[in-house]
Design a protein around this ligand. Structure first.
Ligand code: ZN
Ligand code: ZN
Ligand code: ZN
Ligand code: ZN
Ligand code: ZN
Ligand code: ZN
Length: 515
C-alpha cells in the first residue's frame, strides 16, 4: 500500500502509465493529472556510481510505444557551420537574405527575426555596439563556432527553469580540460566570446562548461538543412548502447521522439546509440572516445563477432583458407588479428591498409549501379559479404537498382534478383545488430516489398501460379516498413515513403483478401 498522491489515503492503485505514483480513486487521479502529466513516463530516472543518471523502465513497454516526446532546451548552429539563418537555422545564400536590423546577423527573412531563439545573440551583439557583418557564405564561418554556446549561456534570460535544467547536464569539464579539442575550443569560443562581444558577463570556466555540456549532450537534428544541434533534458539521461532498445526520431518542430521498436521489459535500462549502429565496432569506439569521452562496453562492443554477424571481420590472409580474421583480444581493435580457422596472425597495419583503402574507395566512388557492383567484385577478395563496407555498398545498390516504380517495371530480371537478394540479406543482418536504425530498416523493407511485388507480376505473366504467397510476403514487408517509419515527419524522404507504403499496404491487403 502507498499513500494517495492527493489525499495520502493508503491505496494499491497506481498510475498505470508510469507505475510511480498512487491514487485512491479515479477522481483524485483526474484531479492531479495536469500536474502529474509532464513527469508521467513509463520510466524513472535512476542513479548509480558507474552510469550517473540513467532511465529504467517502470513497466513493460509495448512495441512502437513512444516513451518520450520532448522539446529542446536550446538549439543552434553546429560548431562547424556555414552561415545559416539564425531563426530557422537553414542555409542562406549571399544574394538571398536580410541582415537583422538590430544586430546584423543574416536571416532568411523578416519572419525569422521574431523567433525567440535569435534573441540571445541579437541582444549580446547589440550590447557590443557594433553590428556583425557576414560577407562570406561558402564553407564554415568562424563567427558561427561560438553561437550555440552563447545561446546556452543565455538560456536563463528567456527561461530560468530551462537554465537550471541546463546546469544539471554533464559537461565532463575536468576530463576534457587540457585535451586538444578543449584547447581549440578555448581559443575559438572560451576566449573569443568575451573579446568579440566585448563582455565580462561570463567567466572562462562558465563558457567552457557550456561548451562541454553542448558537445556531450548535443543531438544532430536533421529538420534544417544543414542539420543543427539541440540539447534535450530528459533525453540526455538515456544511456548509450550500440545495441540500443530505443529509436530516435524528430518531428517537424525539432522535438525529439524516443520510441521502442520492440518490446522492452520492466526494469530494463533505456538506451540509444550515441554513435552510428551501422558502423563497425572499431569505428564506433573511436567516435565515442573522441566525442563523448568514454569507452563503450555494451553487449555488442564486448563481443568481437558482433552477435555472430562477423560484421567487422576480414578474410584470412591465406586465400586458400577461407576463414575470417578478427582481433585476438576482445577489446583491442588496435592489436593483432587472427584467423578463426587456421590461427594465422596478421599485424594491425595489414588490416588497416585494407580497411582504409576500402573506406576511401567508397568515399570517392561514383554513386551508381556499375561502380557499386564493381566495388563488391573487387573487395570480395578481402572482405566477407556481410562486412560493413560491403553492406554500405549494398544499401546503396538496393536503392539504386530501380529508383522508382517506372524503373522497376523495366529492370532486367537478373538485376531485380540482386535487389531482392541484397535487401533480404541486409534486413536480416541489421535486425540483429541495428534493430533501432528504423529509417534504414524501413527503407530496406519498402524496397524489398516493391521488388517482391514486381517479381510476382513477372511470374504471373509467364505462368498461372497463384501469386498469393508472394503477395503476402510483400504485404509482410510493407507492414514492417510502416511500423519502422511511423513517426517520420513528411519533411523527410522517409515520411514520403511512409505515405506511399500505407497506400501500397492497403492495396495489398485488398488483393490478398480477394485472391
Ligand atoms: Zn486520494
Ligand atoms: Zn503516471
Ligand atoms: Zn530563417
Ligand atoms: Zn538580431
Ligand atoms: Zn558499444
Ligand atoms: Zn585462415
Amino acid at each position: 500500500m502507498n499513500p494517495c498522491h492527493v489525499c495520502q489515503e493508503p491505496t494499491k492503485n497506481k498510475c498505470s502509465n508510469c507505475n510511480l505514483v498512487s491514487y485512491c480513486s479515479v477522481q483524485h487521479q483526474k484531479q492531479d493529472w495536469k500536474t502529474h502529466k509532464p513527469s508521467c513516463h513509463p520510466f524513472k530516472i535512476a542513479h548509480n556510481e558507474q552510469l550517473g543518471r540513467h532511465l529504467v523502465a517502470t513497466r513493460t513497454i509495448k512495441p512502437y510505444e513512444i516513451i518520450l516526446k520532448e522539446a529542446p532546451l536550446m538549439r543552434g548552429p553546429s560548431q562547424i557551420s556555414a552561415p545559416v539563418c539564425l531563426g530557422c537555422l537553414n542555409s542562406i545564400e549571399a544574394d538571398d537574405h536580410i541582415d537583422c536590423s538590430e544586430c546584423g546577423w543574416p536571416l532568411c527573412g523578416p519572419e525569422c527575426k521574431s523567433l525567440d531563439e535569435h534573441k540571445a545573440e541579437c541582444g549580446l551583439t547589440k550590447d557590443r555596439g557594433d553590428k556583425v557583418n557576414v560577407t562570406e557564405f561558402n564553407g564554415p564561418h568562424p563567427l558561427y563556432t561560438c553561437l550555440s554556446t552563447v545561446r546556452c549561456l543565455l538560456i536563463g534570460e528567456t527561461s530560468p527553469e530551462k537554465a537550471s535544467k541546463f546546469q544539471e547536464l554533464e559537461s565532463l569539464e575536468s576530463t576534457r580540460r587540457g585535451s586538444n579539442q578543449w584547447k581549440a575550443d578555448l581559443t575559438s569560443i572560451g576566449q573569443f566570446i568575451p573579446k568579440f562581444f566585448k563582455t565580462q558577463k561570463f567567466s572562462e570556466e562558465e563558457i567552457m562548461r557550456a561548451v562541454g555540456a553542448l558537445q556531450i549532450n548535443g543531438h544532430e537534428v536533421p529538420i534544417s538543412d544543414p542539420p543543427h544541434v539541440a540539447v534535450f533534458y530528459t533525453a540526455s539521461f538515456v544511456e548509450n548502447s550500440c545495441l540500443p532498445n530505443l529509436a530516435k526520431s524528430f518531428n517537424k518542430n525539432g522535438h525529439c521522439i524516443l520510441w521502442a521498436p520492440r518490446e522492452i521489459k520492466k526494469n530494463a535500462h533505456l538506451s540509444i546509440c550515441y554513435s552510428d549502429a551501422v558502423w563497425g565496432t572499431a569505428d564506433r569506439q573511436r567516435h565515442l572516445m573522441q566525442t563523448k569521452l568514454f569507452k563503450c562496453a555494451c553487449v555488442r562492443c564486448v563481443d568481437v563477432t558482433e552477435l555472430d554477424t562477423l560484421y567487422s571481420a576480414i578474410k584470412c590472409e591465406d586465400r586458400k583458407c577461407g576463414g575470417l580474421m578478427l582481433p585476438i583480444k576482445d577489446d583491442d581493435w588496435n592489436g593483432s588479428w587472427r584467423c578463426r580457422e587456421c590461427h594465422k596472425q596478421v599485424q594491425k597495419h595489414y588490416v588497416e591498409r585494407i580497411l582504409e583503402r576500402a573506406g576511401q574507395d567508397i568515399h570517392s566512388m561514383e554513386k551508381n549501379v556499375e561502380s557499386g557492383l564493381k566495388y563488391l567484385k573487387h573487395y570480395e577478395k578481402w572482405l566477407p559479404p556481410q562486412h560493413y563496407h560491403m553492406s554500405e555498398i549494398k544499401i546503396l545498390l538496393v536503392q539504386l537498382l530501380a529508383k522508382d516504380q517506372q524503373e522497376l517495371m523495366v529492370i532486367p530480371d537478373d538485376r531485380l534478383l540482386l535487389k531482392l537478394q541484397f535487401a533480404r540479406e541486409l534486413i536480416e543482418l541489421y535486425e540483429i545488430i541495428a534493430p533501432c536504425e528504423v529509417r534504414m530498416l524501413g527503407t530496406l523493407c519498402f524496397e524489398l516489398h516493391s521488388a517482391i511485388a514486381e517479381q510476382t507480376r513477372r511470374v504471373a505473366l509467364e505462368t498461372s501460379l497463384s501469386p498469393k504467397d508472394r503477395l503476402e510476403e510483400s504485404l509482410f514487408y510493407v507492414d514492417k516498413c510502416v511500423n519502422y517509419l511511423q513517426y517520420e515527419s513528411d519533411i523527410f524522404v522517409e515520411g514520403h515513403m511512409l505515405k506511399q507504403a500505407k497506400i501500397n499496404r492497403d492495396a495489398l491487403r485488398m488483393v490478398t483478401r480477394i485472391s
